[in-house]
Design a protein around this ligand. Structure first.
Ligand code: SF4
Length: 345
């Protein structure tokens, strides 16, 4: 009898490996505080008084390291509303990076901001300074959710921001924050649907956590807000990831970076150090299981690319037994430097 064979690549789009030198400017350019936000806690950095001094210090250090390691870096400005800073200051900061680009020390620059701080003048400035990626803190597209979170803009503001970024041919990414007050699974699917329609190059998903010293913490303590559980978050983000991968959007991060200051100040919410891994693993397993279900034959052996083995097995090997059962035991699973998952029957 002829062997049946089915080969498939990991569904995630390939990521460009790049070392980003992050420069955190907590609350820089923010005109008000969103209910969930505590940049000091999530970035571990204090509010900055002298932005020029901080940026100069960081870029000098970056230049030193780049020369020492003979390496080219990307630069990322995070932690605030970059384009909410005075125009001259934005221009001064970006010009410093342009100079490093001319010296071949920097080859990429990205910054995070809010959609309501993108207009024609700002987009023109970012283009003129060779900004490569503008990350928009969208959080959700739902007006009720945005309102309760004190974001202060609507869907039409987001669309306008994208219009200006496209006009100047600037690449943009989104940041989503599922699980805010008034958010739910249905609204999250809508957020993902709109994200896919609006075609960002990149996406970060930060499930909503209750952090100390935020208005959300007060709501939580008054029992007016209940965060998502880990299980619900993994389920929701895992299914979303399948659509995101299919549409070739690169996921830059799932869940906040485990800064020490963050860990000490999480009051509640879906925090797990392996959250991103759990979500990716859930999505990969869903993807492969759906494909197997669509085959007209039963696989009896399997080849697994070694780089994806832990993702296939899942956190604490939750999915391992499924794959053993499928092919009648570990003997029929071959692990190696393969490029694809191969099912044979
Ligand atoms: S979420 Fe962004 S815009 Fe809101 S306060 Fe924090 S840094 Fe500023």
């Amino acid at each position: 009898m002829k062997t049946k064979l089915f080969a498939i690549k990991h569904p995630a789009p390939t990521k460009m490996k790049r070392s980003i030198w992050p420069i955190f400017l907590p609350f820089a350019g923010c005109k008000k505080r969103c209910i969930f936000c505590s940049q000091e806690i999530s970035t571990g950095r204090k509010k900055v008084k002298d932005f020029k001094a901080l940026v100069s210090k960081e870029l000098t250090e970056l230049e030193f390291r780049a020369k020492k390691n003979n390496k080219v870096y990307g630069v990322g400005f995070f932690g605030g509303t970059f384009t909410g800073l005075p125009y001259e200051l934005q221009s001064w900061i970006l010009e410093r990076v342009v100079k490093l680009r001319c010296k071949n020390i920097v080859d990429f620059v990205c910054l995070s901001t809010r959609p309501d701080f993108i207009n024609n003048e700002v987009a023109e400035l970012l283009k003129s300074k060779n900004v490569d990626l503008v990350e928009l803190g969208i959080q959700s597209f739902d007006s009720e959710v945005l309102d309760v979170a004190n974001r202060g803009y609507t869907l039409s503001t987001i669309l306008k921001a994208i219009h200006y970024l496209k006009k100047y041919n600037l690449k943009y990414g989104f940041q989503l924050l599922p699980g805010l007050p008034k958010h739910n699974l249905a609204k999250f699917w809508q957020d993902i649907e709109l994200t896919i329609c609006l075609k960002p190059s990149t996406l970060r998903i930060y499930p909503c956590l209750v952090l100390e010293n935020t208005l959300l913490a007060k709501l939580y303590r008054l029992e007016q807000y209940r965060p998502w559980s880990i299980e619900k978050t993994v389920y929701a983000l895992g299914f979303a990831l399948l659509d995101i991968w299919r549409n070739n959007i690169k996921i830059l991060r799932i869940g906040l970076t485990p800064e020490r200051s963050l860990l000490a100040n999480i009051i509640a919410g879906p925090w797990h150090e392996a959250l991103g891994f759990m979500v990716r693993s859930f999505a990969l397993n869903m993807y492969l299981k759906r494909l197997i279900a669509s085959l007209s034959w039963q696989p009896t052996s399997l080849e697994v690319p070694s780089r994806y083995l832990s993702e296939l097995w899942g956190y604490k090997n939750v999915y391992q037994q499924f794959w053993y059962n499928l092919v009648n035991g570990p003997t029929f699973i071959k692990i190696g430097p393969f490029k694809e998952f191969v099912f044979m029957g």
